[in-house]
Write a protein that binds this ligand. Structure first.
Ligand code: ATP
Ligand code: MG
Length: 306
């Protein structure tokens, strides 16, 4: 198995932030930054000690693909995407590290909200519904079953917790308190729903159900709203195989559910310092690649060699 890249070392650039999966570096243009996806994998908000080979590149190329598709279908959409090009002038060794796993993006002030949209009931929404008949405090129809499609997609934001803390589900009517003002909050909600619906229809034609997803948005100095971060990847979304999908049955998924299930089975949920067995890493990588191929129609290896 190829080695996973869990630490991104770029001595010629200044690192400005490090998330669970990505590292952000400054670029000569003060309005841009280099957004680099490592092969790190987090589940239940904890990063595993080992990674999934090529995951960073799969997610970066998939996000770039979505930015293009979404911009074509939603002409008014602003995104942080600038280019997949390796920044000019960086040493060859560093160019080799970031090729395919980095994106030059607009540097923006990210809004303090996880803009989650759900098309199907599962995960924490399913748990809440079983306990109280609601999802993020919103009343839902009676008698829904696991993995059932909601009558229409719902916006279920959560807080964007500081590193180490857990995001908290909130009622959509309270999102403005995190964001700062009602007008921006309303725009974010409408945009998130539009993007989800557009993407879900696109993916469904290609055999993938996007059960739910998380977007991040940012604002520029003029108050324009941008779609930022990674978009519509198996890390930020639940992707299910459309073939064989059945209401009431645990769906066959392309995402981290596989890793989550293993962690639960082993009693390692949310434990620090977990090393995933090689077969779980390989299988997870294969699922991510299959999702990439179904969605884009191009094999990841071919896309990466371009
Ligand atoms: P966190 O960093 O909050 O723990 P995470 O683990 O999901 O979240 P990563 O995906 O590893 O983070 O890193 C991406 C980080 O970059 C996120 O904090 C995200 O909000 C931020 N980000 C995304 N797009 C931009 C942008 N255009 N400008 C500035 N920051 C951005
Ligand atoms: Mg992230």
């Amino acid at each position: 198995m190829a080695a996973a890249l869990t630490t991104i070392s770029l001595p010629s650039l200044q690192k400005i932030a490090s998330g669970k999966v990505r590292d952000l570096f400054s670029l000569p243009d003060p309005n841009a930054l280099l957004f680099v996806a490592s092969d790190r994998l987090s589940a239940f908000d904890v990063v595993m000690t080992n990674g999934i080979p090529n995951k960073g590149a799969i997610l970066t190329l998939m996000s770039a693909y979505w930015f293009r598709v979404l911009s074509e279908r939603i002409p008014s959409l602003r995104t942080h995407f600038i280019s997949l090009d390796v920044p000019a002038g960086i040493p060859a060794e560093e160019a080799g590290v970031v090729k395919n796993r980095s994106m030059q993006v607009r540097k923006l002030q990210v809004l303090k909200i996880e803009a989650i949209v759900r098309g199907y009931i599962t995960g924490s929404a399913w748990k809440e519904y079983q306990a109280r008949g609601t999802v993020h405090g919103i009343a839902m129809p009676q008698g829904m079953r696991l993995a059932e499609k909601f009558p229409s997609a719902i916006y279920t934001p959560s807080t964007k917790a500081e590193a180490g803390a857990h995001d908290e589900n909130i009622h959509p009517d309270d999102a403005w308190k995190e964001i700062g003002d009602r007008e921006t909050a309303d725009k974010v909600e409408a945009l998130a729903l539009t993007i989800y619906k557009t993407a879900a229809a696109y993916a469904e034609e290609r055999g993938i159900i996007i059960a739910d997803t998380k977007f991040e948005f940012a604002k520029d100095a003029e108050g324009n709203i941008y779609l930022v971060d990674e978009v519509l990847t198996p890390d930020s979304s639940r992707f299910w195989r459309k073939d064989g999908y059945e209401v009431g049955k645990e769906p066959d998924s392309f995402d981290k559910q596989f890793v989550r299930n293993w962690l639960i089975k082993e009693g390692l949920k949310a434990k620090e310092g977990v090393t995933l067995p090689e077969d779980i890493c390989v299988a997870t990588g294969e699922k991510y690649k299959e999702a990439f191929y179904l969605l884009t129609g191009t094999k990841f290896e071919d896309a990466a060699n371009n």
